[in-house]
Write a protein that binds this ligand. Sequence first.
Ligand code: Z5A
Length: 209
Amino acid sequence: MQVTLGRFITLEGGEGVGKTTQSALLAEALASRGIAVVRTREPGGSPGAELLRDILLSGATDWAPAAEMLLHFAARAEHVAKTIRPAIAAGQWVICDRFFDSTLAYQGYGQGADNAFIGSLIGMVGIVPDLTIVLDVPEDIAAGRMRLRGLAADRYERLDAAFHARVRQGFREIAMANPCRCVLADASGAIQAVHTAVVTAVLTRFAAS
Ligand code: Z5A
């Protein structure tokens, strides 16, 4: 019997770079090719992890960087066990809006948590995306998109410009340090142009497999 495993694709980048928009368009493009797709997100993506998401984004308290990082990994462990692994085992392609690179960029580069410690927790999660597309947009353009969207800012979105600059630089360094897994995509253009770049990255990566 042939066992077909699914794929695991993550979309990363700062706020307002278009991850949610591109995740929806990519899911449609894959579904139109007959591929079974599961869209999910972090923090969240399973009932327990969504509870932790509320705690993390609400701003009810200021967390010590190490505590905040561990909460993200607690949510991730739940999400991986309940949503991601079962979907991949069932042959579905998982598209995830943020994953462990967001912890490196936000808690590591942004908030000063120890990157080596984050790296050891990444090892314990025990799953690495087959492909990570890092959407890159200058902070002022991304901030303008968020203003136009008009939703109330969450705890991370309220952090200052210097924080968001460190996060963007973090994502760029992560992409450059992991060229086999990551594609760094300029996402400052129109939605359709970014979608074309995302689909091209996916088809290129999986063409031979
Ligand atoms: N976080 C963390 O600190 N550590 C971790 O380990 C993890 C997460 C996993 C989750 O917030 C927060 O958690 C996040 C980091 C932290 N906070 N921040 N900042 P979230 O999931 O609620 O929010 P987000 O991930 O930042 O996503 P977002 O704010 O919804 O942005 P987006 O998904 O990248 O963008 P979008 O919703 O697709 O687009 C935003 C707007 O721009 C929208 O009106 C679109 O129509 C428009 N848009 C999109 N693309 C374009 C283009 N190409 N041109 C023009 N307009 C566009």
